[in-house]
Design a protein around this ligand. Structure first.
Ligand SMILES: [Zn+2]
Length: 218
């Protein structure tokens, strides 16, 4: 439940990235009647939930999108615990317990490695420095650039096609030169990355929420 000064009446919404139901209330609206009203909206909530992306647990045999590739998780207890990519196979051994977390850790590490390399590539093209590259798991944004020169990405960009990831990197690196979305900023993005940024934004709008369901059991 959140309060919002701009809200005129109680409103329900389902976050497509987390699946959580949110009740938004005007600042001084009483809670009890709003909760009663929300409880009466079960059918609407169920319909919204039915349209959410499917959880994609990281289990043996599962497919994991990885840039333009699609990796298959191959697990055998007696294989080395260390996760290794071999073509389109992601080989992992060790106990079945904790496998999902180990694969997610591997994906985050790969994301940081690839995003760091691409950030350095575009920063060199733009002639700017980037003090630090980090990955996290924010719900609402794919990248952010601080005035300190640090850039943070969602590690889940590694689950998106290459052109989407690269367009996001070009966008954040261009913010190292222009801290706005003006014409000069867009001209620099175009110079750094040959792909159409509108195509990448459209991809994220249509598929971004589903990336948050990778690694979820339910
Ligand atoms: Zn921006």
């Amino acid at each position: 439940m959140v309060r919002n000064a701009g809200a005129r009446r109680a409103k329900l919404s389902v976050d497509p990235a987390s699946g959580r139901v949110r009740l938004t209330l005007p600042l001084r609206a009483p809670v009890k009647p709003a909760l009663l009203w929300a409880e009466g909206q079960q059918a609407w909530i169920a319909a919204q939930r039915a349209r959410l992306p499917r959880p994609r647990p990281l289990v043996p045999g599962a497919l994991v999108p990885f840039g333009d590739a699609m990796l298959t998780i191959e697990w055998r207890e007696d294989m080395p615990r260390r996760i290794e990519r071999d073509g389109d196979m992601l080989r992992c051994g060790g106990p079945r317990d904790g496998l999902s977390r180990r694969i997610e850790t591997w994906l985050k590490r790969e994301a940081l490695r690839i995003l760091s390399a691409e950030t350095a590539e575009f920063a060199a093209l733009a002639g700017v420095g980037v003090t630090r590259v980090a990955v996290g798991d924010p719900r609402g944004r794919w990248g952010s650039c601080a005035s300190s020169g640090a850039i943070r990405y969602s590690w889940r960009l590694i689950l998106a096609p290459d052109f989407v990831r690269r367009a996001t990197v070009a966008h954040e690196v261009a913010h190292r030169v222009h801290m706005n979305h003006g014409p000069e900023f867009h001209a620099l993005v175009d110079r750094l990355d040959e792909s159409d940024p509108a195509r990448s934004r459209a991809w994220l709008r249509a598929n971004g929420a589903a990336l948050h369901w990778v690694g979820r059991e339910s």
